[in-house]
Design a protein around this ligand. Structure first.
Ligand code: TRP
Length: 351
């Protein structure tokens, strides 16, 4: 019998979610949610993980829990189908982390490419906080606590999944088959794997100031798109242009499909035709950018409108999180029970 399909994924509440999160994971989560193929879906607001590199900034983490929940609801995650939960409210996760720590070596964590690049970005080279260093183990606890089979996430999460799978294998061979080995589910389109910032930098990140947020107003999005990085050698409209590494076209790859052309840019039938004209010369950046604004706005408008509705009822948002967390805790508690039994530390269970 095929195992029950269960989804677990999540985000650190360190800021509002942006369109990189959207094309990289959120859009896919909503599709999976509505596919009806998954028995259970858990979407985690990873506040404890956020604290591993924001230990001295607890307000930021707290304030962003509700912002991320609003982003979830506004993209179409439905509390009736997807459990939204707060990580720190599930102490079972911390307990699992502690036991998994015995199965991972220091050099193995040091090799993790995501940890490596994050250490650099946060200037932790002179001293990595132990909690931060161990967060891949805690992420393995997040995933396995819910027996997740599927983790829809961005490419940057691949090393975390690798680490999780190793922990699962090690646990199961040492103590018996208790945990489920999860698979990452990456977005299909290459452009969605890692959407660049509006400045053309490889990563969209708040600290670089190159994000378009899901909650940005229409005018804001327009301003950001119009000032976007394109092909620096495309000076005159008549010059041939490059689409490779041209952020405007990367965003079109991520957001556009043929149905947008008749209404917003009837000169072309599809993106390939538009790209061809750009490469040949004779198509100006402004026209492409205006088209991108229309395409993005069509996607973002309903999200923005739903956010405005949910913002009027913040107690409802907290209620969603509370209920989702309660349900998730039950699942995590069951896994912890199984884990402790397998590890022979279930002393009082039979009393
Ligand atoms: N590390 C993820 C991020 O930085 C957040 C996260 C925490 C997560 N726990 C998870 C993602 C479990 C997938 C599965 O965005």
């Amino acid at each position: 019998m095929a195992p029950t399909k269960i989804i677990l994924t999540g985000d650190r509440p360190t800021g509002r979610l942006h369109i990189g999160h959207y094309v990289g994971s959120l859009r896919c989560r909503v599709e999976l949610q509505n596919s009806g193929e998954y028995e259970k879906i858990f979407i985690m607001i990873a506040d404890a993980q956020a604290l591993t590199d924001n230990a001295h900034n607890p307000e930021k983490v707290r304030d962003n829990v509700v912002e991320v929940a609003l982003d979830y609801l506004s993209v179409g995650l439905d509390p009736a189908k997807s459990n939204m939960l707060i990580q720190s409210e599930i102490p079972e996760l911390t307990e699992l982390t502690f036991y998994y720590m015995n199965l991972v070596t220091v050099p193995r964590l040091q090799r993790n490419p995501t940890v490596k690049s994050e250490v650099k970005m946060r200037s932790f080279e002179t001293g990595i906080p132990v909690g931060f260093f161990c967060y891949p183990i805690s992420q393995a606890a997040d995933i396995t606590a819910f027996q997740a089979t599927t983790v829809p996430a961005g490419e940057d999460q691949k090393p975390m999944l690798e680490q999780t799978r190793e922990i699962v294998r090690s646990f199961n061979t040492t103590y018996g088959e208790v945990l489920t080995e999860p698979d990452i589910l990456l977005p299909e389109k290459g452009a969605c794997l890692r959407l660049p910032g509006t400045d053309g930098q490889a990563k969209m990140s708040k600290s670089l100031g190159n994000c378009v947020y899901l909650s940005d107003a229409e005018e804001e999005v327009k301003k950001k798109v119009m000032s976007m990085f394109t092909d620096p050698d495309h000076l005159k409209v008549s010059d041939p242009g490059k689409v490779e590494g041209n952020t405007v076209f990367t965003y079109l790859d991520a957001f556009c499909n043929d149905k947008f052309f008749p209404e917003y840019c009837p000169d072309y039938r599809n993106l390939d035709e538009m790209k061809e004209h750009y490469m040949r010369g004779g198509l100006g950046d402004v026209k492409v950018k205006k088209f991108l604004c229309c395409v993005m706005n069509e996607t973002l408008k309903p999200i923005r409108e739903r956010r405005a509705e949910f913002e009027k009822d913040i107690p409802y948002v907290w209620e969603v999180l509370k209920k989702g967390t309660e349900k998730a805790r039950e699942a995590a508690a069951q896994t912890l029970k199984n884990v402790k039994k397998a590890m022979k530390i279930d002393y009082f269970d039979e009393l």
